[in-house]
Design a protein. Structure first.
Length: 265
């Protein structure tokens, strides 16, 4: 019975091929029009679960109390702490006024407040050690602050050598700063590209990767009608880094993490 029905349909379509094609096209257009008017996508996974469930109500209250909105964390890394600070500040300034893609932009662990009050967040012994380093390095800091150029660097070296000559500075203590300066000069002569960190010069130990990182928190405006709700915001950050020529100007790169960029699409 079923075979006869299928054969009859195929024979009818074959006999009236032109009419069949026109009917199929009309149905396809009508279906497309109906779909466009009545169907929409919502990629907000929180909408998949009923908000009337007890545990979901508590989850919503927790999100509101602790501001658990989706965020993007931009990790800025550069060759030196100074370049990291400059690149991070440039990215923040470029995007802080972008209200099309972001609700807010906040530098983490940096900014005017931390520049003035950073020591308040350190243990007492670390504050004492840091201030002691500043005191011992005061002559160098004065020279570098007054002339942060190759001439100032030469003056700093002269001060170190004078200290060694007078016995105020041990020769072994001067080994590290001289090695840093020597390596910078060799890199410049060999590759034409070199970086130098004043902060590393006056530090009593090598800098870590954490010293070359800065973080910016972005709260994006999400579009749940798109397959990737935060894509416009992440693209805006990457485009801003490209416009600022992160690699050429700051020897820096930016990576994105957080709930929004890592959310599945």
């Amino acid at each position: 019975m079923l075979t006869k029905i299928v054969v009859s349909i195929v024979q009818t379509c074959t006999r009236f091929a032109a009419t069949t094609v026109l009917i199929a096209l009309a149905v396809a257009v009508a279906a497309g029009f109906y779909t466009a008017r009545h169907f929409e996508i919502n990629t907000d996974i929180n909408k998949l679960i009923s908000p009337d469930l007890d545990w979901r109500k508590r989850d919503i209250q927790f999100d509101k109390a602790f501001d658990q909105d989706s965020t993007i964390i931009a990790v800025v890394e550069a060759a030196t702490p100074e370049l990291t600070t400059s690149a991070s500040a440039a990215l923040y300034q470029k995007l802080s006024g972008d209200k099309q893609h972001f609700q807010s932009v906040l530098p983490l662990g940096s900014g005017e407040f931390f520049e003035k009050n950073a020591f308040l967040f350190l243990p007492k012994d670390e504050v004492a050690r840091a201030t002691g380093q500043f005191e011992s390095a005061a002559p160098l800091i004065e020279i570098m602050a007054g002339d942060p150029s190759i001439r100032g660097l030469t003056g700093a070296l002269e001060t170190i050598l004078a200290g060694v000559k007078r016995g105020q500075v041990k020769l072994d203590s001067a080994e590290r700063p001289f090695n840093l300066i020597s390596q910078t000069i060799e890199d410049e002569l060999k590759n034409g590209k070199a970086t130098f960190s004043w902060r590393e010069l006056v530090s009593d130990k090598p800098l870590t990767d954490a010293d070359r990182r800065a973080f910016i928190e972005f709260k994006p405006i999400l579009d749940f009608n798109a397959l990737e709700p935060g894509k416009a915001a992440t693209d805006a950050i990457r485009q801003a880094a490209s416009d600022l020529d992160f690699q050429g100007q700051y020897r820096a790169r930016v990576r994105l993490t957080g709930p929004s960029p890592t959310a599945p699409s």
